[in-house]
Design a protein around this ligand. Sequence first.
Ligand code: FA5
Length: 339
Amino acid sequence: MLEKILKEFDLDYLACQDKTAYNDLRVKYLGKSGKVTDALKEIKNVPNENKKAYGESVNNLKVLIEKRLGELSEKLEAMEFEKLMADMERVDLTVPNAESVGSLHPITITQNKIVEIFKSMGFAVEDGNEVETDYNNFEAVNIPKNHPARDMQDTFYLENGQVLKTHTSASQNRIMRKYGAPLKAIFPGRCFRNEELDASHENTFFQLEGMMIDKDISISNLIYFMKTMLSQVFGKEVNVRLRPGFFPFVEPGFELDCSCPYCGGEGCSVCKKSGWIELCPCGMIHPRVLEMGGIDPEEYQGFAFGLGLSRLAMMNFEINDIRVLNGGKLKQLKQIKTK
Ligand code: FA5
């Protein structure tokens, strides 16, 4: 009988694969009405002369089954742990990091920085179209058809008469119509010109334009504002100077130079030893442009400026050829230290 119990136990042992089956197995053999317990109780029916031997055999069986159950329990625990580990998402810190981490493009970094500065000064941030009407790109900024000023920007025309925006000033009219006066807005954007390419001229580049319109705005406001804004952009006090510049949508118009933030005006490679960098055309918005934007020039005045964002990014990141920015050559872009 004891042999039969052991044989049955062996089969159950082999079939047991998890904790639940294990608990059932334990109860089946060692529980209150388990097979080994029953065999022990059976001793009362065994003739006296055999009782001792029978008792020893059942005890041996019990010890053996307890030992085997102990082993089985350890085995099942190890199996469960292995399964848990296999299901778990693990990071092997010893594997070399093959994935390269990207970064924002130098133009995006520069743009974000300037946008934050303007936002803190209460400016709205607007997005412009890349495909524009001839009206917005030229006529609404005082450059009528056949005006020689159109030659200043060699333009990509589409078959339907629209143009790839040649400057961010193309958004001026739409923004004036959207906000009316007074208004403070900046509008960064991608511009396109049919340029002869060189280290500082691209056919696709970025500008960041701004407008401020209110009552009693004068050139002094323009100068003060540009100086404050550029000092913040470069993170140090800079001086500005104005030279006359012609843009049909501003009167008077200026080319604004900024004292070189890199050498403090001493002369370096960025400012080509002049101590000044030509940074940003600007001027007082032409009354006709205000009028076309639905704003009364008798009541309101304003100034506008157009930062060359790609060129500013070049300065920021010490890039000496603008073509690197749009070239899409990762090998070159990776060499730019994005701070
Ligand atoms: C304009 O585009 C005027 N709309 C700017 C303006 C706005 C004047 C508001 C007055 C009031 P300009 O063509 O000079 O101006 O271009 C402005 C800036 O864009 C330049 O100073 C230069 O930094 C940048 N830029 C112009 N052409 C290119 C080009 N091909 N590649 C890279 N940057 C360019």
